[in-house]
Design a protein around this ligand. Structure first.
Ligand code: ZN
Length: 209
């Protein structure tokens, strides 16, 4: 078999990124080749550093930089005593959290599901199930200081709806108010692509479920 060659390997690996087809990957590959060597190495190191040093927060599953020798860590949001511990905003992915954080308008805490949960489809989201268990633990532990509201910021599509329904059924028996972010995000779409202004409007317009 003919050896693939480093250039083709680079193109192939770039194609693993979302939204990058062969043409774009080729363009990136040529661009990288023209870069000063130091800059190309900085990009490569940034990728391996992110994979080596970033961990999921042991409370909310947000990304956090773990200290050397500590497999688990608490993120800056969970560690911030000024945040309102009575509100938990549940997001599918950390990028929604970052979009909301950029606005600086939400002062509560978060919980990152890392996906959606659909009890009907056998889609094997083991990480999501573990994350939902983690959320339920937080709610149980928070009973003493009173979590007043769990806000669901999940996509208005089939998987998001199933996730919202499932979480509502799980959480409500604990007497905690469950709300869902409302307008602005078109039905059937993925919340991941919503911009921060839409997200904040949607958060302000949340309704009880
Ligand atoms: Zn956290």
């Amino acid at each position: 078999m003919e050896k693939k060659g480093v250039f083709n390997t680079l193109i192939e690996q770039l194609m693993a990124l979302p939204g990058v087809g062969k043409k774009t990957a080729e363009r990136y590959a040529f661009f990288i080749l023209k870069m000063p060597e130091e800059q190309a190495r900085t990009i490569a190191t940034a990728i391996t550093d992110a994979k080596d040093k970033l961990r999921h927060c042991k409370i909310c599953n947000n990304m956090t930089e773990a200290e050397v020798g500590t497999p688990t860590a608490v993120c800056k949001i969970c560690a911030n005593g000024a945040r309102d511990p009575q509100k938990i905003l549940v997001v599918e992915e950390a990028n929604t959290l970052y979009a909301i954080e950029k606005s600086g308008e939400y002062k509560g805490l978060y919980h990152v599901l890392h996906g959606t949960y659909s009890p009907l489809s056998d889609n094997g989201h083991e990480g999501t199930s573990a994350s939902i268990n983690g959320l339920m633990e937080r709610i149980k532990q928070g009973m003493s200081f009173g979590i007043s509201e769990v806000i669901l910021a999940v996509s208005p599509n089939i998987d998001g709806e199933a996730t919202a329904l499932y979480l509502t059924r799980m959480i409500k028996p604990f007497g905690v108010k469950v709300t869902r972010i409302a307008c602005g995000i078109p039905a059937g779409s993925d919340i991941e692509y919503a911009d921060e202004v839409t997200l904040i409007k949607s958060l302000e317009g949340r309704r009880d479920v």
